[in-house]
Design a protein around this ligand. Structure first.
Ligand SMILES: *[C@@H]1O[C@H](CO)[C@@H](O)[C@H](O)[C@H]1NC(C)=O
Ligand SMILES: *[C@@H]1O[C@H](CO)[C@@H](O)[C@H](O)[C@H]1NC(C)=O
Ligand SMILES: *[C@@H]1O[C@H](CO)[C@@H](O)[C@H](O)[C@H]1NC(C)=O
Ligand SMILES: *[C@@H]1O[C@H](CO)[C@@H](O)[C@H](O)[C@H]1NC(C)=O
Ligand SMILES: *[C@@H]1O[C@H](CO)[C@@H](O)[C@H](O)[C@H]1NC(C)=O
Ligand SMILES: *[C@@H]1O[C@H](CO)[C@@H](O)[C@H](O)[C@H]1NC(C)=O
Length: 341
């Protein structure tokens, strides 16, 4: 079976097992080739460093410096270097847009497909459910509130909603932070999703109609979790979370017939890379290279006990994928976006 076939889960054509009535196919309004803007929200898997961002955490601002003006946003540049992302090189939104891929500084305004990235490293969905990692962390809910207040008024004259895709990848911190909470997890994850989709509605009310949601990677298979008989989160928790995401995305699509909603099954493609690493140029799926953050790691990996270069590893460190794995995933994601009509 081709990878793509198994990976796709398009809310607009819900499978028969769905609990609610099928949503009429309207489609046609989403076209990746004419999508000129990507607005991204999320955590360290998604954030890019900005020249006006919090070092190692954001493109722009932080929770304690929440406001920004038009000039700050429009003169901001994406930094691409070893510390420009949390994966040692370009991440998925950069591969997807090809904006900020080059070493050095890139203004999103100069990209053919502009990347406006409001993700914040270490973010969870909301303090309603889990505490902030730092007092400067901007939760997903606050990223969207901040965008509504300061970003949208500046970008909206140019960033036409019909040419914009909203990309959201969130939950990696939420599921880890809450893994041992004494709660009924299916209910807890459902509550997280209710909060997330309240914020998605804020974007919908601003006029955005196309939404890409990424589900959770196999976080039960991080190096730490592979080394223990009791992974935390475990595979069941990850599947509960992803089920809740799919359910809420389906509900959002059903309630808003003019919305284009895609839940991309990152879990499947990333599991496929782990299960068949050689097909993707990966040799190490079990561990990460201890010297991953060293300035000379690109050529001097053996000095850090790593038998092969970092870009042959699946895991960049204890919780992040390598830039190479982001790139391989995007090869598939891009095909999915082109088929999504
Ligand atoms: C950013 O992260 C890098 C790599 O971990 C570290 O060397 C650097 O000191 C950090 N920068 C700041 C400003 O904290
Ligand atoms: C990456 O670029 C930023 C901004 O120019 C700079 O502060 C940081 O030190 C650079 N990091 C590396 C590893 O070169
Ligand atoms: C944020 O946290 C830091 C470190 O814990 C502390 O020094 C600082 O006062 C806090 N800032 C605010 C505004 O709470
Ligand atoms: C995973 O964790 C959940 C929540 O603690 C628990 O209910 C479930 O039994 C665990 N599953 C496995 C396979 O250990
Ligand atoms: C995987 O990486 C770890 C840590 O660098 C290393 O000890 C191990 O030998 C590697 N395994 C393979 C198959 O390369
Ligand atoms: C998960 O949370 C634990 C603390 O609860 C932390 O030590 C660990 O680094 C986190 N793992 C990841 C992959 O972020």
């Amino acid at each position: 079976m081709s990878t793509v076939k198994r990976l796709l889960c398009i809310a607009a054509s819900i499978p028969m097992i769905s609990a609610h009535p099928p949503i009429p196919t309207r489609g046609n309004s989403f076209d990746w080739d004419s999508t000129r803007y990507l607005l991204a929200f999320g955590d360290s898997y998604t954030y890019v460093q900005g020249t006006h961002g919090y070092p190692n955490f954001s493109f722009i601002g932080d929770q304690l410096n929440f406001a920004y003006d038009a000039k700050t946003l429009l003169t901001n540049k994406i930094v691409q270097n070893q510390t420009g992302t949390a994966e040692g090189g370009p991440n998925w939104v950069e591969f997807l847009t090809k904006c900020g891929l080059q070493e050095g500084l890139t203004s999103p305004l100069h990209c053919e497909r502009q990347l406006w990235d409001f993700a914040f490293a270490g973010a969870d969905i909301s303090v309603e459910h889990t505490p902030l990692h730092h007092n400067y962390t901007i939760s997903l809910v606050n990223q969207i509130a901040q965008y509504k207040q300061y970003g949208h008024p500046v970008l909206s004259p140019k960033v036409n909603p019909t040419e914009t895709l909203i990309a959201i990848w969130i939950g990696i911190n939420d599921i880890n932070d809450s893994a041992k909470y004494p709660v009924h997890f299916p209910t807890f994850y459902n509550d997280l999703m209710a909060t997330l989709f309240d914020s998605v509605h804020v974007l919908y009310a601003l006029g955005y109609r196309s939404y890409l949601f990424m589900n959770l990677p196999p976080l039960d298979r991080t190096p730490g979790n592979q080394a223990t008989p009791t992974p935390s989160p475990n595979a069941t928790q990850v599947s509960w979370f992803n089920g809740a995401l799919q359910h809420h995305a389906d509900g959002f699509a059903a309630a808003n017939h003019d919305a284009n909603v895609l839940v991309y099954d990152a879990h499947s493609v990333l599991s496929d890379i782990m299960d068949h690493p050689a097909r993707y140029g990966v040799v190490n799926t079990t561990d990460f290279c201890a010297g991953y953050d060293q300035p000379d790691i690109e050529w001097n990996y053996e000095a850090y006990g790593c038998p092969s270069p970092v870009d042959t590893y699946f895991w960049f460190n204890s919780g992040h994928l390598t830039s190479h794995v982001h790139e391989k995933m995007v090869d598939d994601l891009e095909r999915a976006l082109k088929r999504w009509k």
